[in-house]
Design a protein. Structure first.
Length: 261
C-alpha cells in the first residue's frame, strides 16, 4: 500500500539583519548635564555678548562632524559652543588633561563629553584616537588647527598642525570651517579678568565643508597631510577676512619662523 508523499518543508527565509539604530543623541552628554550647561552658558552669553551669527545652514545636524575654527581667546570655546548648540550640534571640546584632575570641575567636563589632551607626553596621541572613535559614532568635535591661541601680531590664523586633516581623511567626516571675531575683546590673550563692559559683539560665520576629495585614497604621508591642513587653514582665513573686511596675509604666520612674512 502506497503512502502519499509528505510535502517538502518550505525553505527558510534568511534572516535580514536589523539596521543599527543611530541615536539622535550621539556625542551628547547626559540630559541633566546638557541642561545644566545650557542654563549657565546661554544667559551669560546673551548678557555680555551681542551676536552676529551667519552660516548656520552649512552645519550638518547629524553624523560625525569636525568643526575647524580660529583661536583668539580662552573665551571663544564657550562662545562657539553656544553658536553650535543653537545650530543643532553639541560640540565636543578637547581640553588640557589637568582640568580633568580638578575636583568637581573634572567630573563636570567629563560628563560634558570633553576629551582630555596630554601635552608633551607619550599619551598625547590618545586624544586623537578617542576623537576618531567619537567621530565614527556621530559626534561633532571642535578643533583649533593652530593648536593654541594665535600668536600672529594681527590675529590671523597661524599655520595649522596636521591632526585635523589626519582625522578627516581617516574618517571621511566633513570639515566645516568657522571663523569668529570679538572674543579677543572680551578676554584678551594673557588677561586674567574679562572685559565685560561695554558689551562686545561676537561675529561668527560657518562656511561650507572644505573639499578634501582630492586627497581621498592617498597614503597619509606628511606632504598630503600638510596640503590638506593648508586647505583647511585657508578656508578659515578666508571667512575671517570676510568678517573683518580686510585682506588676509598670503602666508600664515608660523611661530617657528616668525620672519616668514
Amino acid at each position: 500500500m502506497s503512502h502519499p508523499s509528505e510535502p517538502s518543508p518550505a525553505p527558510k527565509t534568511p534572516a535580514v539583519p536589523t539596521p543599527a539604530v543611530v541615536s539622535r543623541r550621539a556625542g551628547r552628554p547626559p540630559r541633566f548635564w546638557e541642561a545644566l550647561a545650557v542654563v549657565v552658558v546661554k544667559p551669560l552669553s546673551r548678557l555680555f555678548v551681542k551676536r552676529r551669527w551667519r552660516g548656520g545652514q552649512n552645519i550638518p545636524r547629524t553624523g560625525g562632524l569636525i568643526i575647524a575654527a580660529n583661536h583668539l581667546s580662552w573665551s571663544d570655546p564657550v562662545l562657539l559652543a553656544h553658536y553650535l548648540y543653537n545650530n543643532g550640534r553639541w560640540p565636543t571640546i578637547l581640553a588640557k588633561a589637568g582640568i580633568f584632575r580638578v575636583p568637581v570641575l573634572g567630573h563636570a567636563v567629563t560628563q560634558l563629553q570633553a576629551i582630555p589632551v596630554e601635552r608633551n607626553s607619550t599619551e598625547a596621541t590618545q586624544s586623537l584616537k578617542t576623537a576618531e572613535q567619537r567621530l565614527r559614532n556621530g559626534a561633532c568635535i571642535m578643533f583649533y588647527p593652530e593648536g593654541t591661541i594665535t600668536r600672529d601680531p594681527d590675529l590671523w590664523p597661524m599655520a595649522g598642525k596636521t591632526g585635523v586633516a589626519r582625522l578627516a581623511l581617516a574618517t571621511g567626516v566633513p570639515v566645516v570651517p568657522i571663523a569668529h571675531w570679538g572674543a579677543q575683546e572680551l578676554l584678551p590673550y594673557g588677561a586674567k579678568k574679562p572685559r565685560l563692559l561695554p558689551r562686545k559683539t561676537f561675529h561668527v560665520i560657518a562656511g561650507p565643508p572644505v573639499d578634501l576629495s582630492k586627497y581621498a585614497g592617498l597614503p597619509m604621508r606628511g606632504s598630503v597631510l600638510r596640503e590638506a591642513t593648508a586647505d583647511i587653514t585657508a578656508a578659515i582665513t578666508a571667512l575671517l577676512a570676510e568678517i573683518r573686511d580686510e585682506k588676509a596675509p598670503d602666508t600664515p604666520y608660523d611661530p617657528k619662523n616668525a620672519a616668514n612674512r
